[in-house]
Ligand binder design. Structure first.
Ligand code: GRF
Length: 237
């Protein structure tokens, strides 16, 4: 059995996506991946508490306090020392240094709380995303997992999972509905990349029970994975 891919999770907040990865992979001898390191954007965040509870190594790297050069050096060092194969940005709010992106090209994933390429880009994070979705009148939102490249939210899309935008939604209610599917799609995407799956379509109508809304006629759109065949494949095309 191949050893599990060694994953680093970079998080700046509560860490519920980190928890979804831990719940999926830890304690399973046949897991395709395992979280070996949590990098926190600042001290005292929920993600670091979750890391401690799960017995995962952790480090705080605050780019503003360290400065860009030291931050990049420290981050690369930590990833190297822990033998990291795959980096997951899960609610990470700092810019990832270009040298780190280059080193992990094809091996760094981000989870975004909307259906990219809509509602992404610089400054689109947290409540701003959901406010923009509601203001646009869109009837569908969702979660996207994509490869990280040099431009915000523009790398190749690995997986998406839609949810409806319901009448009367607030940014908070929509965020909660999207977060619930982030927790489902992120582990699937990490597992697929870690095990080198080249392409897979999930059709799980049960996903829509989460949101008490009718499943779309074509349930096969629930999540689509497209993983580049080589770690050096260009992100986005
Ligand atoms: C998620 O909605 C994620 O998409 C966004 O930030 C949130 C992080 O939540 N980038 P958590 O820290 O994983 O609970």
């Amino acid at each position: 059995m191949p050893s599990p891919a060694r994953v680093a999770v970079l998080a700046s907040g509560g860490g519920s996506n980190l928890q979804a990865l831990v719940d999926r992979f830890h304690g399973r001898p046949d897991a395709a991946a395992r979280v070996e390191l949590v990098v926190g954007g600042r001290a005292g965040i929920g993600a670091l508490e979750r890391a401690a509870r799960a017995g995962i190594d952790q480090v705080v790297l605050d780019g503003r306090a360290l400065g860009a050069v030291v931050f990049a050096q420290r981050l690369l060092e930590e990833l190297e020392v822990h033998g990291i194969d795959l980096v997951v940005l899960a609610g990470w709010l700092q810019l990832v240094p270009a040298e780190v992106v280059a080193r992990f090209r094809g091996r760094m994933l981000n989870v975004h709380p909307a259906l990219l390429p809509a509602f992404g880009g610089h400054g689109m994070y947290g409540g701003r995303v959901h406010r923009a979705v509601i203001a646009s009148g869109a009837r569908v939102s969702g979660a996207t997992v994509h490869l990280v490249d040099d431009r915000y939210d523009e790398g190749r899309i690995i997986a998406q999972w839609p949810v409806p935008v319901l009448p009367g939604d607030t940014p908070e209610t929509l965020a909660a509905r999207v977060l619930a599917v982030e927790h489902r799609v992120l582990p699937l995407a990490v597992e697929a990349v870690a095990s080198g799956i080249s392409e897979e379509v999930f059709a799980d109508p049960a996903a829509f029970e989460l949101v008490s809304a009718p499943a779309p006629a074509d349930a096969s759109i629930l999540a689509i994975l497209c993983v580049p065949s080589s770690p050096d494949a260009p992100a986005g095309d």
